[in-house]
Design a protein around this ligand. Structure first.
Ligand SMILES: [Mn+2]
Length: 267
């Protein structure tokens, strides 16, 4: 019996299956966590969604997952040029899959493991309790009758900083951005979205979010940042996006012993 956390699938179902086989994954005994971005860019998003649902994986929503949900539930969002989500929307079980995905959290906390998982990470400006509360605010809107309004106004980089006094869609947007798009952050909590390369790519005054010490010692498992190739140099922060869809590899972290297993995704 083991629990594995796997990074961004991004529609790479062959790699997903290959990695599960390599782990000798037993769906009757083992448990799976997925760090978000199950879909898009790769060519097998539909199979990834079906498999994740069938395995009853613990999932957090990534920016690509939210984009797909916005295209489906929003009033006017259409697919972008590089999106590979058409087969999902054409599938007979699309409505079931979308409803299932929309109910997934932005942040997962396993108290017994003292481990948090979110797609992009958890900013140092929040305690565990605050982070869980803010993530829940977004998930309650996703579950309610205002979900369409949220999806219609979800996109954007502003406000760029957390402020407790924010309300409405601006508050939800910045919370969403911390959990699903964050890479570089300033000590005061301001986010910067242009830089996507390695840890030195941020503008002056900004550093990778995991360079700061949070007010807790929970382990944080995350994906999203393929360019750092699974490395943060800190045991507290476990990066899992190793660029499978870009020809890198798909990574599984055994949460019981910290061991990593890779599946090579070379094209
Ligand atoms: Mn992402």
């Amino acid at each position: 019996m083991a629990t594995y956390a796997i990074g961004d699938l991004q529609g790479c179902f062959d790699a997903f299956e290959g990695l599960l086989n390599k782990l000798d994954y037993n769906s009757n005994k083992d448990q799976l966590w997925l760090a978000g971005d199950l879909v898009n860019r790769g060519s097998q998003s539909l199979s990834c969604l079906r498999k994740a649902k069938a395995l009853n994986a613990k999932i957090v929503l990534g920016n690509h997952d939210l984009h797909m949900l916005a295209c489906y539930y929003g009033s006017e969002h259409s697919l972008k040029k590089n999106d590979t989500l058409g087969e999902v929307f054409d599938a007979e079980d699309c409505a079931t899959l979308m409803a299932w995905l929309k109910a997934q959290p932005l942040l997962h906390y396993d108290k017994s493991r003292h481990t948090l998982m979110s797609h992009a990470g958890v900013p140092h400006i929040w305690s565990i309790k605050q982070a869980l509360g803010f993530a829940k605010e977004v998930n309650e809107v996703l579950a309610g009758s205002n979900a369409r309004d949220y999806f219609d106004q979800m996109y954007g980089n502003e406000p760029s900083s957390w402020n407790e006094s924010l309300v409405g869609v601006e508050r939800l947007r910045v919370i969403t951005n911390y959990f699903t798009r964050m890479r570089f952050i300033r000590k005061d909590g301001a986010l910067e979205f242009a830089a996507k390369e390695n840890v030195d790519a941020g503008p002056k005054g900004f550093a990778p979010w995991f360079d700061y010490s949070p007010p807790h010692d929970a382990q944080i498992v995350f994906g999203h940042w393929a360019a750092i190739n699974g490395e943060t140099n800190k045991a507290q922060f476990q990066a899992l996006d190793t660029g499978c869809v870009w020809g890198g590899c798909l990574t599984a972290l055994n949460l019981d012993n910290g061991q990593r297993t890779h599946y090579n995704c070379e094209k």
